[in-house]
Design a protein around this ligand. Sequence first.
Ligand SMILES: Cc1cc2nc3c(=O)[nH]c(=O)nc-3n(C[C@H](O)[C@H](O)[C@H](O)COP(=O)(O)OP(=O)(O)OC[C@H]3O[C@@H](n4cnc5c(N)ncnc54)[C@H](O)[C@@H]3O)c2cc1C
Length: 267
Amino acid sequence: MNICVCIKQVPDTNEIKVDPVTHTLVRAGVPSIVNPFDTYAQEVGVRLKEKLGGKVVVISMGPPQAKEALKSCLAVGADAAYLISGRKFGGSDTLATSYILSEAIKAVEEKEGLKFDLILCGKQAVDGDTAQVGPEIAEHLDLPQITYALDIIEEDGEIQVKRECEAGYDMIATKLPAVVTVVKLPYEPRYPTIKSKMAAKKKEIPVLSEEDIPSIDLACCGLKGSPTKVKKTYTPVREKNGVKLAGMPAEEAAEQVVKLIYDAKIL
Ligand SMILES: Cc1cc2nc3c(=O)[nH]c(=O)nc-3n(C[C@H](O)[C@H](O)[C@H](O)COP(=O)(O)OP(=O)(O)OC[C@H]3O[C@@H](n4cnc5c(N)ncnc54)[C@H](O)[C@@H]3O)c2cc1C
């Protein structure tokens, strides 16, 4: 089974800050990681490859430093990696990003001389948080999609996906090729070894820009190709309105808490 995993490099922080002038994320000085949900998607992909054979190829659209994220994927079982990076891609919203990724997937198929049976994404990126890119890739490629996967079982050219839902899980089947987005799994992705890290470091990561993706329509890329217009961004101010109750017996403190809750009309 040939599998493409889309991974995004995200800031390693819970406190995303927005530049008040440019309205873009402040990335300077913030260490980066592979989006955690994407590490689960990659682990699912590598496990399927180990069982069924084939290849796992990771792709990421981003700036040159996203190569580091791709290298870390190569160290934990991916066979090849491509960085999708070009001047015309900057300023893309989710629709343009997913369009570029879907065209890049076709270009990577050409370069690798294969067809992908499965395209895996994380359920959402922890910085942008929209959860739109995976389903949009499926639409651009006109493929069936299953979101929120906990497990994928292949059987006779089909997959059965255990899909997380509020009441527990659904089992959904689809023919291949398909797009599947993956949630946090009940097990952790594997760790790299020193040997696998060294091997990954030596691997070349080709960069595909607009010139390397002949089918791409540049009118659908970048800021011009993005129907989303950001009117205003701001960082919410955290109000420190907590009350500390100290120096009194527990019963009295409990009474005070109840009074405060009633006064604040929470109950
Ligand atoms: C008007 C506008 C302009 C923007 N300009 C820029 C810009 O200049 N630079 C910039 O970095 N961002 C920019 N963004 C943000 C960018 O569009 C989103 O980060 C991107 O579309 C992914 O959305 P998300 O983070 O919500 O991912 P989600 O939809 O939550 O991600 C779901 C999954 O899709 C896959 N995925 C998502 N993004 C990528 C990727 N880049 N590569 C590979 N796989 C991916 C991953 O598997 C991920 O788990 C802009 C957004 C808007 C609205």
